[in-house]
Write a protein that binds this ligand. Structure first.
Ligand code: PEP
Length: 250
């Protein structure tokens, strides 16, 4: 039985004050969330504060990216070991915004996943097609290519206890959600592709949906058999919305 997971991706949002209010609001509502795992992925600079505020609570924390390098002359980069130092449990890799604005390739994203996992972090591997790719009918081809880059580099065992987030790019931050049927179709494809290599890994890997998930559409999406929770952008910045999704996953 896969434990549902809801991860908030704050992106480049927040201030010390707003994060305090957000985290206190989330902590206050966690009494009703006893089954789903809940994670917030914060900007690096706020991680120490997030760690201090969440220590001893059921809410875990993570980062939104990491370096493939271990240490040294890589100005501006943050390593997996540094994230572990701040008690990070999770890290997002290959978010479509990093692929689009920072030119991250499938191979680089696979390497980031591997480095994170080797350090004891749980990487959340983002995959998903653009609108143009969906309209061309190549959604499965794109998602397979993104997934296979990791499987070819590390083997399918790299997905043991791992997390994949299917995030159609056209649904991120646009208010356009994939229908539960559209999302389930791709989630089933991803699980099937993993199962073709290893049925046990496929059974265990959590596949989150991301793309304008909100408290009102979350219950139907998460009720689908291959949707194990959500990666949440905009709605993770409002405690009541984020908690609404956490309760749906619970
Ligand atoms: C995201 O950025 O991962 C995301 C899903 O954003 P939103 O929920 O705002 O669409």
């Amino acid at each position: 039985m896969r434990q549902p997971l809801v991860a908030g991706n704050w992106k480049m949002n927040g201030s010390r004050e707003s994060i305090k209010v957000l985290l206190d609001g989330i902590k206050d509502g966690m009494g009703e969330v006893n089954r789903a795992a809940v994670v917030v992925c914060a900007p690096y600079v706020y991680l120490p504060g997030v760690q201090a505020r969440l220590e001893g609570t059921a809410v875990e924390w993570g980062a939104q990216d990491l370096s493939i390098e271990a240490s040294g002359a890589y100005t501006g980069e943050i390593s997996a070991a540094m994230l572990r130092d701040f008690g990070c449990g999770y890290v997002i890799v290959g978010h479509s915004e990093r692929r689009a604005y920072h030119g991250e390739s499938d191979a680089l994203v696979a390497k980031k996943y591997a480095v994170a996992r080797a350090a004891g972090l749980i990487p959340i591997l983002c995959v998903g097609e653009t609108l143009d790719e969906r309209e061309q009918g190549i959604t499965e081809e794109v998602v397979a290519r993104q997934l296979d880059a990791l499987i070819e580099l590390e083997g399918v065992a790299a997905l043991t206890d791992g997390v994949i987030a299917y995030e159609p790019v056209w649904a991120i931050g646009t208010g356009k959600t994939a229908s539960p049927e559209q999302a389930q179709e791709v989630h089933a494809f991803i699980r099937g592709r993993v199962a073709a290599k290893d049925a046990d890994v496929a059974e265990g890997v959590r596949i989150l949906y991301g793309g304008s998930m909100k408290p009102d559409n979350a219950p139907e999406l998460i009720s689908k058999p291959d949707i194990d929770g959500g990666l949440i952008g905009g709605a993770s910045l409002k405690p009541e919305d984020f908690l609404g999704i956490c309760k749906a996953a619970n």
